[in-house]
Write a protein that binds this ligand. Sequence first.
Ligand code: PMP
Length: 323
Amino acid sequence: AVWNTEQGWHDARITPRVPLQIDPATSVLHYAQEIFEGMKAYRTADGAMALFRPQENARRFNASARRMAMPEIPEALFLEAVRQVVATDADWFPGVPGGALYIRPFMFSSDVRLGVRPASEYRFLVIVSPVGNYFRGDPTAIKLWVSRNYVRAAPGGTGEAKCGGNYAGSLVAQAEAIERGCDQVVYLDAIERKWVEELGGMNLFFVMDDGTLVTPPLGGTILPGITRDSLITIARDEGLTVREERYGIDQWRADAASGRLVESFACGTAAVVTPVGEVRDGDSVFTIGSGGPGQLTQRLRQRLVDIQYGRAPDRHNWVESIG
Ligand code: PMP
């Protein structure tokens, strides 16, 4: 679909996927007004495709749009576009075990004009691609690299929005993590450089020895993950205590050493629930629990995927079947 100041959103249609032709002066290439969402459609036991909490993606997309001075898209148009693309592509999607159809809705400024101001024309597109598990050998535990040189987001910045620029700025840190033999970057807060915020593409949870869960609070610098929110609900449904509270990197190291912390896991649409085995901070390393997938981590992961694949009761109405 296309948006411009005269017509608003118009020209919504399904087309074969073809390369875009864009002018070298297209606004997004210079000023990076671009936002996106990441979601998955799962093939359920009855053969239908199912979306997981798609309204939440629509809402977060519009929150990102407001932050980037872009036009919001009516929730119904966002959802209809996602449903139609999935329905169109479902036939060739084989539904590999543990796999899903990844959905990428995105919007960018398409004005052909240089000048630092909000554009007057935008494009909204949805593309899909089949995906397996995000990490090879999932759910083996991943290794994290604590970034001391780079922050992901600062107060007043764009950390809460899902915009391409956030990821552009994170690639150098991710490359550093890979160089150190790790899978993902742990970002600390920009002010005190001590509070654990999130990973490059996942939110974090900490499991204490009394069974309580701790996750960093959303304070404007963390992406409000839909998986994070779902796991908070699933854990509370199970009678577990979940505290959204700040957790420091030094505390994490000390609690892992003393045994007060028994598990840690990362979560997101791509990663689902992925155990954290080891954390590298400069030349020091600490191990989480046994270094392998923890019990509660595996249980919560199973609870979540059972709902997503339609194998468990959907008591919160999270799953939408596409007929
Ligand atoms: N944090 C960041 C920085 C991310 O890119 C993602 C993936 N969208 C998440 C957290 C997890 O969000 P969600 O559970 O909605 O996929």
